[in-house]
Design a protein around this ligand. Sequence first.
Ligand SMILES: C[S@@+](CC[C@H](N)C(=O)[O-])C[C@H]1O[C@@H](n2cnc3c(N)ncnc32)[C@H](O)[C@@H]1O
Length: 356
Amino acid sequence: MGHSAIRIDSRNEKEGVLVPKKRKGTKNFMDVSLELRKKDFESKAGRYFVDILPVGVQKSLKRAVLETGIESEDGLKWLKHALSDNGNGHPNSPIARGVYEDPYNPRAFKYLYGEEDALSEMDKGYIFTSGAHAIYLRLQSIIEKLPDVIKKERRKLKLKKSEKFVIFNIGAAYGLDTIYMMVEHPELADKVEIVHIDPDEDSLVCGMKYAEKLGVIKSFKFVTEKVENYEKGKAHMILFIGMFCPTPTRQCIFTLKFIKKFLVENGVVIFSTVQEKMLMEGPILDFIMWTYGWRMYFKADDEPGQIATLAGLKHEKAMDWEDEIGHNRMTVARNPKPSVLGRVGDVFKLVKALVL
Ligand SMILES: C[S@@+](CC[C@H](N)C(=O)[O-])C[C@H]1O[C@@H](n2cnc3c(N)ncnc32)[C@H](O)[C@@H]1O
């Protein structure tokens, strides 16, 4: 699911030459006005980040973001520095190293969520950026909003008191959103069953340990599996958080269409997207992430709703929410009752999606 648009060609890497693959597609830092890019360098986070770099790399970073772009000597010089050792046997940026080796490895999120302290000055600078802070705010907003949504959905679906409201947290990684929610809302303990589905065993086990330690484990199940291979039962709610950030729009539609099969009739999926506001307010972060191989596909304001509709879901616009600074949107969409007319409509929507 998703892919990074820039990977260093490993053949050339062996020969000691870093060559980024061609870039393509939607908006990126070079589409942000020069004025806003300069403003980002003048921000507290921008200044912090630049000041900790060696002078030569500072110049390259600035030139790459303001003038020469990602596929330039400047861009490569920056990347080489981020991936290099600091002389004490540690990488200049453990986040860069981890993400570069595997963009889907969720380890970096421990730092973004503040569960662990950043391991280097460069990583501290990364976490200072507004985009990185917004990921923490996204987590907080989910913990705050979700209990109400669950309670309302239970009523809407007319579940019996003894019936569990089943939530699939797909791509859960540590699953801090649902774990912390349960810690703060013990009244939900007998009312929900939360299934964390993720092929990354280490992060699931880590989440399991948190849930045990915090006394909420009985509400959880953990499945070490890619969702494509999961076949057990259906959910009243699917959480798909942080999964569409690096995913082009059309691929989001097809993915949503696929995971819809896990929803009961009238069940809801909540998926998050990174919005263009994040790019406009943090072009340096976009550059940094892109060089690490963590390319974001920022969505325009109406895109998440369109993704839901084109996937054959009913967009529950009034239920959507954003993190406190509007970088991440949580979109809520319902699995409608199937009808013949609906199926004809689905075919029409799919054709539309293909030309989008
Ligand atoms: C960016 S992390 C999102 C983590 C979490 N939802 C959060 O908000 O912090 C993406 C997660 O998706 C998982 N993942 C990747 N492909 C998957 C698949 N096919 N099925 C289920 N999970 C997948 C990765 O292992 C990773 O833990």
